[in-house]
Design a protein around this ligand. Structure first.
Ligand code: ANZ
Ligand code: ZN
Length: 886
């Protein structure tokens, strides 16, 4: 996921780009043609707000940040395809965002509608539903969002809701997408199956009299338990009655400020509702008139903005009913057992809790007694339909169309011209891009509202259809629109069209997408929608994988939390200057001498726990920072950033460089050493050439006994000392495990620990034998190649040293060094990723530890061959074991 140029790189950026850089480098070493692109999500409110605060043009601020962040990204040792760098605020880019908007418009998927919108009074703009949190506040400014009526542009994402839901199943396969993200997407789409039915209304208000109230319920089996009807604040009946009922008008004024979990309601006087089940029942009290409330807990834009209140079985209804009709008993109509008569819930009694689970219709309900919930729903629907009631099974989606209008300057202008006679007219393709007017810096000083609407010169234009004078649309697009398609543009950065279909067929879907879990809903949903739309256009008709899915594999990295010091008594966050950290494991509050409370929390200025990655890189180097970052936590977990342990990683990488420079490595590579494949040459080849050169003596003569070795390979290997065998086996096992971690499990933290452990083994290898240095040399070469994606600079340096050690200083005669001829470059990355030597694993994994006990006491242990090579029968095998032991 490309960065938003907010100012400087933070640790979250460092984490996401380390992960993607490591995996890109690994794939590159494997020989893939890797496209590892980068760009800038450069439009947006923070730039505009900063511009207003500082009185500089948002573009200046943005470009300045991009420059600073780019330098930091270079400093972290990342490698991107800078040739394809893009910025969503460049007219060259946003002309295509406009084109895609017009393609949607042409297909009727972009439309304007008057609607009740979320208005952020601080940022002075409209927000999408997705950008308002559960507390009714803006995701950006945190301001309490207001509801106002405005004419706005929408994209019909609902038209794609079925495939957006269904195709999540394919993304779930093989864990391609994290389960958590899939669940969040499913929940956001929010498909629920239920029933739509009507409650007749009796009222003295003439306007509202005739219209029955429609409700959506997922639990038609609870119809017998309905005790009231609740309407949303903007329900048409409520709006009508409010014209005459002043008290209601006042309630509607106050209601938007109620807390989200408020149970306040307004009882509509002289209005009652009739339960439709009355028509099919005789008696049982269900035909009693039901009170009708106005209640803020009923959502305007879900179902039909009305709820049938079932206090006995729905928690929200229960709380509402207890608050508004505290003395009423509560009907229980569903029971856990089929033939059980439940007792009503009595206010204040122990059992006054709603029972929400499904069960069986209670026995006292005429004709439906004992039916399980699911069956009861079917039965009720059929019976009500037969009695002529309007009722049908439907589904409801939580998803709303995507509101993309923003009344701000720093975004992609919506390419529409409003003409008095022709209506909204698309800007012709030749006239794209519709560029933002270039306003002077001073314009932004202390400005609020939308500069485009005030720029008369820019706004006034001619209608492309009839030529009469007309006005440009002054809304710009939500920046999520820019990020919903940018990944396509990387394939053909210089193309005149949004993207080239051939390149896209070849390059899409994105093989691996890495980003924060905070984008699990909005960005990913919009990107999936736009990709699916594009896959229905001639531009990208062959959306592979699943039709139009843009991201094959998704890694969501966890947040980075900062080390936070607080006063143990008051809980006050402590400023770094207030804590003495001379002994990192025992910090002390300077003023009190007490130990502070140490915790890890989301980084924020108020907690003084932010970390500047630039400083860490300057202090320890990019490689140490990268390796430390990966080592500390699995990629998807929260990372508790703690620099006290970074020195461990620093020492480890220093040791890697030391062993690359080990003085005992053979002065020259064996004669048979031929690059490039020989870097991965099997153990047997290495041993054979050592035998050939005389460094490896044949196994002890067998004195007339049959040779215990079936093959020459087994004989060669048996000449290795046990530590040598272990060194080689460890190297091979590490290759296999690290390979899996890089390519399948993305368990980057265990790669670091595996490589640390291999480093220990190489260091511990004895230097006495003539063979060890050869094996250790190979093990070190493998270690460096496996390390390269994570710590590229250390690996390159170690690589160079390793070869100086092998056949004279590289610098003296680079052309003649065998390793330098390959691919014309000395880079370790040109050497590919090591592949394991399965034969040697098979051959070496034949030893086992044999424990010797005398009288039940462990005396000693011996490593022996697991399999007697040429003996049969139990007695012989036992003798063979004892021979080995002896
Ligand atoms: C009666 C009932 C009884 C309900 C019961 C639930 C449990 P989901 O599953 O999310 O689709 N509902 C319907 N329209 C609503 C609105 N505009 N605002 C708030 N709530 C609304 O939720 C569907 C349930 O949410 C519906 O089923 C309805 O309450 C409520 F034991 O009807 B139910
Ligand atoms: Zn016109």
């Amino acid at each position: 996921m490309f960065p938003y140029p907010s100012g400087t790189l933070h640790l979250g950026h460092l984490r996401v780009y380390t992960i993607s850089d490591v995996l890109a480098r690994f794939k590159h070493m494997q020989g893939y043609h890797v496209l590892h692109p980068i760009g800038w999500d450069a439009f947006g409110l923070p730039a505009e707000n900063a511009a207003i605060e500082r009185g500089v043009h948002p573009e200046k601020w943005t470009l300045h940040n991009i420059q600073a962040m780019k330098a930091q990204m270079m400093a972290m040792g990342g490698q991107w395809d800078w040739d394809r760098e893009l910025r969503t605020c460049d007219p060259d880019f946003y002309q295509h965002t406009q084109r895609i908007f017009l393609m949607l418009h042409e297909r009727g998927l972009a439309y304007q509608a008057e609607s009740m919108v979320n208005y952020d009074p601080v940022d002075k703009t409209v927000l999408a539903n997705e950008q308002v949190d559960a507390k009714g506040c803006s995701w950006r400014s945190g301001a309490k969002v207001q509801k106002i009526m405005l004419k706005q542009w929408f994209l019909k994402i609902k038209e794609f809701q079925e495939p957006l839901l269904k195709d999540l199943d394919a993304l779930a396969e093989n864990g391609s997408w994290p389960e958590r993200v899939l669940a969040m997407q499913r929940n956001w789409l929010g498909r629920s199956e239920g029933t739509e039915l009507c409650f007749d209304i009796q009222t003295e208000h003439p306007e509202a009299k005739v219209k029955p109230v429609e409700v959506f319920t997922t639990r038609a089996d609870t119809l017998f338990g309905v005790q009231y009807i609740a309407l949303s604040l903007n329900h048409p009946i409520v709006q009508e009655i409010a014209k005459q009922d002043e008290a209601l008008g006042a309630f509607l004024q106050r209601a938007p400020d109620f807390p989200p979990d408020s149970r306040e309601g307004y009882l509509l006087p002289n209005v009652t509702a009739r339960n439709p089940v009355s028509t099919i029942l005789n008696g049982n009290g269900v035909s009693e008139p039901l009170p009708v409330y106005v209640a803020p807990y009923v959502l305007d834009d879900y179902g039909s903005g009305a709820v049938m209140g079932v206090p006995g079985h729905d928690t929200r209804d229960h709380a509402f009913w207890r608050a508004n009709a505290p003395n009423s008993t509560i009907k229980v109509v569903i029971t856990a057992k089929a033939n059980h008569t439940p007792r009503p819930l009595i206010a204040g009694a122990k059992n006054d809790k709603p029972m929400v689970r499904k069960g069986f219709v209670a026995a006292n309900i005429n004709g439906f007694a004992g039916l399980p919930s699911d069956q009861a729903v079917e039965e009720i629907v059929t019976r009500l339909q037969q009695s002529g009631q309007p009722i049908e099974k439907t589904e409801n989606w939580r998803l709303r169309d995507w509101l993309i209008s923003r009344q701000r300057y720093w975004g992609t202008p919506i390419p529409i011209i409003h003409c008095n006679s022709c209506g909204p007219v698309p800007v012709p393709d030749d006239d794209l891009p519709v560029e933002l007017p270039n306003l002077p810096d001073r314009y932004f000083q202390g400005k609020t509202g939308n500069p485009l609407a005030e720029d008369v010169k820019w706004k006034k234009t001619l209608c492309p259809k009839c030529g009469s004078s007309a006005e440009r649309e002054t809304d710009t697009m939500d920046t999520f629109m820019d990020s919903s398609w940018y990944f396509f543009k990387f394939l053909t950065p210089k193309d005149k069209s949004p993207f080239g279909s051939a390149e896209v067929d070849h390059g899409m879907p994105v093989d691996l997408y890495v980003g924060g879990v905070e984008h699990a809903i909005l960005h990913l949903l919009y990107a999936r929608f736009i990709s699916k739309f594009l896959s229905t256009t001639p531009l990208w008709q062959q959306g592979r994988l699943v039709q139009g899915e843009p991201f094959k594999k998704l890694i969501t990295q966890g947040m980075v939390h900062g080390k936070t010091y607080s006063d143990p008594d008051t809980g006050r966050f402590l400023n770094p200057a207030e804590v003495d950290k001379t002994n990192p494991s025992a910090p002390v509050i300077i003023s009190s001498g007490l130990a502070p409370k140490v915790s890890f929390e989301k980084m924020s200025k108020s907690k003084y726990n932010g970390v500047d990655p630039g400083k860490t890189i300057a202090l320890y180097g990019a490689d140490v920072t990268r390796a430390h970052m990966l080592f500390q936590a699995p990629v998807s977990d929260i990372l508790e950033w703690d620099e006290t342990s970074i020195t461990g990683v620093q020492r480890w990488l220093a040791r890697v460089l030391e062993i690359s420079n080990a003085p005992f490595f053979p002065p020259h590579l064996p004669k048979t050493f031929k690059p490039p494949n020989d870097l991965d040459q099997p153990l047997i080849h290495i041993l054979a050439s050592l035998r050939h050169s005389g460094a490896l003596k044949p196994a002890t003569p067998t004195h007339g006994k049959p040779s215990p070795f079936e093959t020459a390979e087994e004989e060669l290997i048996s000449c290795l000392k046990l530590p040598e065998q272990k060194l080689w086996l460890k190297t091979q096992e590490t290759i296999a495990s690290v390979h899996k971690s890089y390519s399948e499990t993305y368990s980057l933290n265990t790669i670091v620990s595996d490589l640390m452990s291999l480093t220990n083994t190489i260091e511990a290898a004895p230097h006495s034998s003539a063979v060890t240095p050869h094996l250790a040399w190979h093990a070190t070469a493998h270690l460096l190649r496996m390390l390269a994606p994570i710590a590229p600079a250390v690996a390159e340096e170690g690589w160079e040293t390793l070869h100086k050690r092998t056949s004279g200083p590289i610098a003296e005669n680079p052309k003649h060094h065998p390793l330098l001829r390959h691919n014309g470059g000395p880079s370790i990355f040109a050497w590919g990723f090591p592949s394991a030597d399965p034969d040697s694993i098979r051959l070496l994994d034949t030893t086992m530890t044999c424990v010797f006990q005398v009288d039940g006491k462990r005396k000693f242990e011996v490593e022996i061959w697991k399999k007697p090579p040429s003996v049969t029968g139990e007695t012989e095998t036992r003798r063979w074991v004892l021979d080995q032991v002896a």
